[in-house]
Design a protein around this ligand. Structure first.
Ligand code: C5P
Length: 225
């Protein structure tokens, strides 16, 4: 494993869930633990990168020498990501961003009275999609944009569709049921029209190193294009 693999590069990584308020004491979120994003951040520093970690609420210590920006909502994560990728070579979207937020969160605690309660949800911005749309793929100003896809079926097919639809440079597709909150991961890396490689099943730190090696390879491939 090359300690200088990513030296001179700035990586921005999103991690964890986002939390969308229903009222001051309740929220909508998901089971993302943040482990994969934090493992990537820690391993990237080991490989010589400068790392900005934009993290939703998780119960993990910030790895040594990682600059962490704590956020709560998808909107906050988007703003921090836009700002940080202005000067990044790589953006890795590992966060499990809530797809919807409550359209009109209450300023006060909602009292229980009626038998049913309806919440109206509105779509959250797609953070990685927004970043990928800002500049054409392979343009030199654009960071290498790396996504994750947690699927429960047709993992490779859905993954490849997502890679193309979101205009990403590299995507790690994995089985959501086996990955969330687990210390291990098995993923399929997908890039270009037909590039693919299976990673794991193994500990998230070990797989993170394999992922970073593939990221370094994609950066090199882009430079020689
Ligand atoms: O579309 P889907 O949520 O499956 O895509 C997953 C990928 O998109 C991940 O890289 C995730 O971090 C990113 N994403 C995002 N903003 C969203 C939803 C997903 O950046 N609102």
């Amino acid at each position: 494993y090359a300690p200088g693999l990513l030296s001179g590069l700035h990586l921005t990584i999103t991690a964890g869930p986002t939390r969308e308020a229903i009222d001051p004491v309740r929220f909508i979120s998901n089971h993302s633990s943040g482990k994969m994003g934090y493992a990537l951040a820690a391993e990237a520093v080991q490989a010589g990168a400068r790392v900005t970690l934009i993290s939703g609420p998780v119960n993990l210590p910030v790895p040594d020498r990682v600059h962490c920006i704590a956020v709560t909502t998808a909107q906050e994560m988007l703003e921090a990501s836009l700002e940080s990728t202005e000067h990044s070579d790589v953006f890795i979207g590992v966060a499990a961003v809530a797809d919807y937020r409550v359209s009109d969160a209450s300023d006060h605690k909602i009292k229980k009275s009626a038998e049913t309660l309806q919440l109206t949800l509105v779509r959250n911005p797609d953070i990685i999609g927004t970043l990928a749309q800002k500049s054409a793929a392979k343009s030199p100003q654009r960071p290498l944009i790396v996504g994750f896809a947690a699927e429960t079926q047709h993992i490779e097919q859905y993954g490849r569709e997502k890679l193309q639809r979101k205009n990403l440079d590299l995507l790690f597709a994995n089985d959501a049921t086996a990955t969330f909150n687990s210390d291990d991961i098995c993923a399929t890396a997908l890039w270009d029209e037909d590039g693919s490689q299976t990673l794991g099943p193994a500990n998230k730190n070990l797989v993170a190193r394999q992922m970073l090696a593939l990221i370094a390879e994609r950066i090199r491939a882009r430079q020689t294009d």
